[in-house]
Design a protein around this ligand. Structure first.
Ligand code: URA
Length: 241
C-alpha cells in the first residue's frame, strides 16, 4: 500500500503539489470512483488508478541499457562532469536508476542502469564471476605470449594478481585490435592489465555483461529498456556461480 500522492509523483505525474491539484480537479479515480484526498492509501499492485481516464502503470524497478558515449562519468551526480544519469529522460530519471559498475569517462559501450539494488549487487559481486567482454585497440603488438600471460593472470601496479582473462586477437600490428573477457571489475582493470604487459589501451568499448549484449542499433548516448527476455537471462546469470 502507498499514499496516492506518492504513487502519482513517483510515476511522473508531477510534484506532490501538482498531484494534489489533479486530485482537487477530480481527475483521479481508484477502481472507478473519484478520489480527492492525497493521503488515501492504494494498493499499487491491485487497485486501478486512473488519471483523466488513463490507467497508471505502476512499477517499482527500471532496467535500462545504455550505449555509453565517451565524456560522461558513470555516477548519479558529479560536481564537474556530466553523468550518465544526466542524459536520461525525466520519465526514467524519476525511478532513480544508477549505473551498475563503472565505465571510465573515456570508455564506451554497454552500461546497465537500474534502481534494483539486489540485482546490481549480485551482478557486481566477485563471487558471481559474471563475465564482461570488451573490445579494445592496443598500442603495441599483442601476441600469443600476451594471450598466455592473460590466461595465467597478470600482476597489476598495486600488486594485485588478476584472475585469468580470455584474450582474443582480432588484428595484430603496431596497433592491435582485441577482445578480452574478464570476470572481475577492478578500477581501470583492462587498461591496467595491458599496462602490466607493457602496452597501452587507446580505445575501449564494453560489448557484453553476462548474457546481456550491447544493442548495436543504439547510437552513442542512446538507451532503451531491457526486454523481458534480456532481463530474465541476466537474472539467471546471477544464479550461476
Ligand atoms: N576496464 C577499464 O580499464 N576501464 C573500463 O572502463 C572498464 C574496464
Amino acid at each position: 500500500m502507498m499514499r496516492m500522492d506518492k504513487l502519482l509523483a513517483n510515476m511522473g505525474y508531477g510534484s506532490r503539489k501538482e498531484v494534489k491539484s489533479l486530485l482537487k480537479q477530480g481527475a483521479i479515480t481508484v477502481n472507478g470512483s473519484q478520489v480527492k484526498s492525497p493521503s488515501i492509501h492504494v494498493d499499487e499492485k491491485k487497485d486501478i488508478v486512473q488519471v483523466n481516464g488513463e490507467t497508471v502503470e505502476y512499477r517499482e524497478f527500471i532496467y535500462l541499457m545504455m550505449h555509453k558515449p565517451p565524456g560522461l562519468v558513470s555516477a548519479t551526480e558529479d560536481k564537474r562532469d556530466e553523468t550518465v544519469v544526466d542524459i536520461l529522460q525525466t520519465e526514467d530519471r524519476i525511478f532513480e536508476p544508477f549505473p551498475v559498475g563503472r565505465l571510465d569517462k573515456d570508455t564506451e559501450g554497454l552500461l546497465l542502469l537500474t534502481n534494483d539494488g539486489t540485482l546490481a549487487h549480485q551482478l557486481l559481486s566477485p563471487k558471481k564471476h559474471v563475465p564482461k567482454l570488451y573490445y579494445a585497440r592496443i598500442e603495441g603488438e599483442v601476441t600469443e605470449e600476451t594471450i598466455e600471460q592473460f590466461h595465467q593472470g597478470v600482476t597489476l601496479d598495486d600488486g594485485y594478481e588478476t584472475k585469468p582473462a580470455i584474450l582474443n586477437i582480432l588484428e595484430a600490428g603496431s596497433v592491435s585490435e582485441i577482445e578480452v573477457t574478464i570476470t572481475e571489475g577492478k578500477f581501470h582493470q583492462v587498461k591496467r592489465m595491458f599496462e602490466a604487459v607493457g602496452m597501452e589501451v587507446v580505445y575501449l568499448k564494453r560489448l557484453r555483461m553476462g548474457s546481456l549484449e550491447l544493442d548495436e542499433d543504439l547510437e552513442l548516448g542512446e538507451y532503451r529498456e531491457l526486454s523481458d527476455d534480456e532481463l530474465s537471462k541476466l537474472i539467471q546469470d546471477t544464479k550461476k556461480s
